[in-house]
Design a protein around this ligand. Structure first.
Ligand code: AMP
Ligand code: FE
Ligand code: FE
Ligand code: ZN
Length: 296
């Protein structure tokens, strides 16, 4: 396989909290020299059709989504994200769960707006809802509303000073138990990969023992190269992947102008892509790459 294949396995569009339409996302990916791009909006497949319809001929698209999950034990509740690739979008259980998560996102964002409005912050649900444009609503939409209203100078300050999970306006989402999510994804023919497993700056992370349990439950990979993981975290994730027989992936987690990270800021090695695509899944990548991950 070509050593030059550039693969980015985690990106967001306007179907969730990215700022590029799916058509723009695939165009920008091709222009940025990406060969293989996964579209992984939060809790939705809503961007797939447009991305595939506007796919530049040289680009391979892997359909996916990022699922908001939670790990719960006696003492703690840790939120974590699961990327699911190439699952059957019509699988009834997974489809119902995505709808539940999106409804919960709307209700929760509305409550957060209510909390902020009650405190005199000049934003509105109408404004936030318009920013989300019918897609999965997330805190980045609240952040943009706060920047537009002049409450904070930029998105980063919005997260730090207003929207933090430790702040007074925060409302928790009702996420999927991570073991249930892994089982649901596998049952739908999907390939679950643990997104940014050691991104400590986002909050508490799960222990190696929990990752081992996730692997036993059907997880196939760990996101090793990710902008929110520093070199020590990446080394630990790579070691864990090796020990547990998981595929180590890399990706940008691009969100357009909602984040400063560019497309392909981190990438997946060709051998890891080949290993991922060698696994049986409900769908195959769309585009010039062979189904086994080799260029035609
Ligand atoms: P939510 O899923 O609604 O709780 O919002 C979390 C989303 O906000 C994730 O997609 C993150 O990528 C994004 N996010 C978290 N912190 C920041 C930040 N400082 N700047 C921009 N986006 C962020
Ligand atoms: Fe996001
Ligand atoms: Fe994530
Ligand atoms: Zn993401």
């Amino acid at each position: 396989m070509s050593a030059l294949l550039v693969t980015d396995l985690h990106t967001h569009s306007t179907a969730s909290d990215g700022t590029d339409r799916p058509a723009e996302l695939v165009a920008k990916a091709a222009a940025a020299g990406i060969d293989v791009l996964a579209i992984t909006d939060h809790d939705t497949t809503g961007g797939w059709a447009e991305a595939l319809e506007h796919r530049p001929p040289a680009l391979t698209v892997i359909t996916g989504a990022e699922f908001s999950c939670v790990y719960v034990d006696d003492e703690r509740r840790i939120s974590l994200h699961l990327l699911g690739y190439l699952f059957d979008p019509d699988d009834a259980n997974l489809q119902a769960e995505r709808a539940r998560l999106r409804d919960d996102r709307r209700g929760r964002a509305h409550l957060m707006v209510d909390n902020m409005v009650a405190d005199g912050l000049p934003i509105s649900w109408e404004q936030v809802s318009a920013l989300a444009a019918g897609g999965a609503v997330g805190r980045p939409h609240l952040a943009r509303a706060l920047v537009t209203a002049g409450v904070v100078p930029d998105i980063d300050s919005a997260f730090r000073d207003v929207l933090s999970s430790r702040g007074g306006y925060y409302v928790r989402k009702s996420d999927t138990d991570v073991f249930a999510a892994i089982a649901m994804l596998r049952a739908a023919g999907g390939l679950p990969v643990f997104a940014h497993p050691l991104a400590r700056r986002r909050g508490p992370v799960v222990s190696d023992a929990v990752v081992a349990r996730m692997a036993a439950a059907g997880l196939v990979g760990l996101e090793v190269e990710h902008p929110d993981q520093d070199p020590a975290d990446r080394a630990q994730a790579a070691g864990l992947a090796r020990d547990l027989g998981l595929i180590g992936t890399g990706s940008s987690d691009y969100h357009g102008t909602n984040k400063t990270t560019g497309l392909a800021a981190c990438t997946t090695a060709p051998a890891a892509l080949e290993a991922l695509l060698a696994l049986p899944a409900a769908l195959r990548p769309v585009g010039p790459l062979d189904p086994d991950g080799r260029p035609r």
